[in-house]
Design a protein around this ligand. Structure first.
Ligand code: PLP
Length: 382
């Protein structure tokens, strides 16, 4: 007989809870695509693009194969090339800088603020100067809305404008978040997101999207997505592109998930508020600026002065899974260490990498489970 007193295991992100909540509609939507055999650019793809545009209040959406391709498509549309500098944070997922390096351009790493984990405007200014001093052309900045909170656009956008930099919002973790009521996908010159399953709006595989403001850019993105084709004559190739389409099956999955997404964003606020209220006296809890709504892609704590390895081991012993986003800033990673950093270095990114850890978080985290996590954290930090 199983011991019924043993509490069930806790998932870091419980995708199956969401699947159960959506119910049989999802299986039906997937089967419909399978029966139609329109696997590539079927009607669900254009429908999803229209619904994402309406949801985020952005004129044009181009779906694509993943969030990394979404970032690359935007930079390719701007013809970013060798000799160009693209400013980006170092405290982020590798894809943010990877796409810059793909194009032979130079990522210039910028520091973040410790209260928001997002790009520090002063460090952006320093990074632009660093790029110029090295003889590079500063062309664009990739802001990242880390862990789901919009970056400090009130300060960052004017700096970008003053230096004629294009702004690409890496909204891989923040799709659905708002800044002064505006969706992150509508901020900047273009935005990119990811539908990787663990992201706030995830599909059942890989997926992504690019958001833009004018039909000319959309036309270029559409061409780039299918091998640089002439959109009017597909066997004419007018630029070097990629194969970056979103599968129809994934579009069907996302259409169903989009229906429950607003309620999930609400639920995420409740879960985050409960964590904050219960843990603020034992750890540094994440803060969200009053003009921002975060989608809480991660719930990240800091316990400076404590041995993080020991804290995480204590949580593991109590059955609580954790994760570290990110243990090593990009400017310390082998693949990116050769690229320049802003000013005299990135001290905040380096410190945060040694302090942060994330707790289980998803919109279906029930209070009983969350209370188990909270008491384990309090116990370990006592
Ligand atoms: C996940 C992520 C990406 C890449 O998205 P994929 O769909 O995995 O290619 C890019 N930037 C950030 C900040 C991410 O978190």
């Amino acid at each position: 007989m199983p011991d019924t007193n043993v509490a069930p295991p806790i998932a870091f992100i419980d995708l199956d809870a969401q699947r159960r909540a959506i119910g049989p509609r999802m299986e039906e939507a997937i089967l419909k695509v399978v029966r139609s055999c329109r696997f590539i650019l079927g009607p669900e793809v254009a429908q999803l693009e229209a619904e994402l545009s309406a949801f985020a209040g952005v004129p044009h959406t181009l779906s694509c194969a993943n969030g990394t391709d979404a970032l690359a498509l935007a930079l390719m549309a701007w013809e970013i090339r060798p000799g160009d500098a693209v400013l980006c944070p170092s405290f982020t997922f590798a894809a943010t800088a990877e796409v810059v390096a793909w194009l032979g351009a130079t990522p210039v790493f910028v520091d973040v603020r410790e209260d928001s984990f997002n790009m520090d405007p002063a460090s952006l200014e320093a990074g632009i100067e660093t790029a110029k001093r090295m003889g590079l052309r500063p062309r664009a900045v990739i802001t990242v809305d880390l862990f789901g909170q919009p970056a400090d656009y009130d300060a960052l956008l004017p700096i970008a404008r003053a230096h004629a930099l294009k702004v690409l919002v890496d909204a891989a973790q923040s799709f659905g978040a708002t800044h002064h009521g505006k969706h992150v996908a509508a901020i900047g010159d273009m935005a990119a997101t990811s539908f990787f399953p663990a992201k706030p709006l995830g599909c059942y595989g890989d997926g992504g999207a690019v958001f833009c403001h004018d039909p000319e850019t959309l036309d270029v993105l559409q061409s780039l997505r299918v091998h640089g084709q002439n959109n009017e004559d597909k066997y004419e190739n007018i630029r070097v592109g990629m194969n970056g389409r979103l599968d129809t099956v994934q579009a069907a999955v996302l259409l169903e998930k989009l229906r429950v997404f607003p309620a999930e964003i609400e639920a995420r606020q409740t879960v985050a508020a409960r964590y904050n209220a219960a843990l603020a006296d034992v750890a540094i809890v994440p803060t969200v600026a009053p003009h921002n709504v975060s989608v809480w892609a991660q719930y990240t704590l800091r316990t400076p002065g404590r041995d993080r390895t020991a804290v995480l081991a204590g949580l593991k012993a109590r059955g609580i899974p954790t994760a570290i986003y990110y243990p090593k800033p990009l400017h310390h990673q082998k693949a990116y260490a050769k690229h320049p950093v802003a000013g005299n270095g990135l001290p905040v990114s380096e410190r945060l990498a040694g302090e942060v850890f994330a707790l289980p978080f998803h919109p279906y985290l029930d209070e009983t489970t969350q209370d188990r996590i909270i008491s384990a954290v309090r116990d370990v930090l006592a």
